[in-house]
Design a binder for this molecule. Structure first.
Ligand SMILES: Cc1cc2nc3c(=O)[nH]c(=O)nc-3n(C[C@H](O)[C@H](O)[C@H](O)COP(=O)(O)O)c2cc1C
Length: 151
């Protein structure tokens, strides 16, 4: 059983829905999961956390959604003590935005690494042009990731 924290950032609700689906799937597999929409960075320092999963869309031009801006600012300005915390990022985006494709997820991935968390997998980048139902990609990816934590 793994203790997993999902922190989601969303403008129109897609990343929220994806996170809820991941939570349901992981709980069905016996894991303990908390999902925070626009989470607090301090939660990353929680006791006994096995994995932090950050699931975010991108808005503007490579920007983090408004409900994750406090989280992003805290990672840069007042980082929580996360040394050794395992994390992974699921980034929702749209490749028609060119260089800013999945920019928010990529920024948060780098920020987590910079404050001492340990990336367990390269970010999953989900392109809205290819996937109208991103949960179909994200849920099996997260299930396999968490199953692999134990080994
Ligand atoms: C105004 C606006 C700006 C966007 N900017 C970007 C962007 O810079 N890069 C990107 O990859 N996707 C961008 N997107 C696409 C969204 O990230 C994508 O549609 C995502 O699935 C939306 O998820 P959400 O419903 O959780 O917000 C943008 C979408 C909108 C509507």
């Amino acid at each position: 059983m793994a203790k997993v924290l999902i922190i989601s950032g969303s403008v129109y609700g897609t990343a929220t829905l994806v996170s809820d689906d991941i939570k349901a799937a992981l709980e069905a597999a016996g894991h303990q999961v908390t999902h925070q929409e626009g989470g607090s960075a301090d939660s990353l320092a929680g006791e006994g956390l096995d994995l932090a999963l950050i699931c975010t869309s991108t808005t503007g031009s490579g920007d983090v959604p408004a409900n994750l801006m406090d989280f992003e600012n805290a990672l840069f300005d007042a980082p929580p003590r996360v040394a050794g915390l395992k994390y992974a990022v699921i980034a929702l985006g749209d490749s028609s935005y060119g260089d800013s494709f999945c920019g928010a997820g990529k920024t948060l991935d780098r920020a987590m690494e910079d404050i001492g968390a340990v990336r367990v997998q390269e970010p999953l980048l989900i392109d809205a042009i290819e996937h109208s139902t991103p949960e179909d990609v994200a849920v099996p990816w997260a299930e396999s990731l968490v199953a692999g934590l134990a080994s």
